[in-house]
Design a protein around this ligand. Structure first.
Ligand code: CMP
Length: 143
């Protein structure tokens, strides 16, 4: 089954949004297969955001994601990478539609509450950066 990496960013954790965000993905029918509250190191942040290394806001991104605890998650389900992105809404909360996570809770570009992998390949890379194999669970099949 497809997996994606989602992370409630420091602004979302500080604003007590973890429960509300997890609830949306559970209600949709996706399965949580890994989760942890953690502080991201500078090193991990730089690896996570490596595709943005040449952008002018790269160090801003690193400083923000390391500024407080994040809630890192792995979710499983059919087409979960694309569906989770749709549920998150556009990157800039000001452009994100009402009903999406960023549309409902986001404030500004940098403080956009949640990160989600943008492709199946990115998901595999990001899950590998944040989780060890043994930290992910398997559910028994309901039939
Ligand atoms: P995220 O999904 O974590 O992935 C990269 C992040 O870069 C994105 O969310 C935004 O928070 C941030 N970002 C994208 N574009 C800009 C920008 N023009 N200025 C500042 N931050 C940005």
């Amino acid at each position: 089954m497809e997996k994606t990496f989602l992370m409630v960013k420091p602004d979302g954790v500080q604003r007590n949004l973890i429960g509300k965000i997890v609830e949306r993905f559970e209600s949709k029918g996706f399965q949580l297969v890994g989760a942890k509250l953690m502080v991201v190191s500078q090193d991990l942040a730089k690896q996570h955001y490596q595709e943005h290394v040449d952008k002018p806001f790269f160090m801003e991104l690193v400083d923000f994601i390391t500024s407080g605890p994040v809630f890192a998650m792995v979710w499983s389900g059919e087409d979960v990478v694309t569906k989770a992105r749709a549920m998150m809404g556009k990157t800039n909360p000001l452009d994100a539609a009402p009903g999406t996570i960023r549309g409902d809770f986001g404030v500004v570009m940098r403080k956009n509450v949640i990160h989600g992998s943008d492709s199946v390949d990115s998901a595999a890379r990001e899950i590998g950066l944040f989780f060890k194999e043994e930290e992910l669970v398997e559910y028994n099949k309901l039939s």
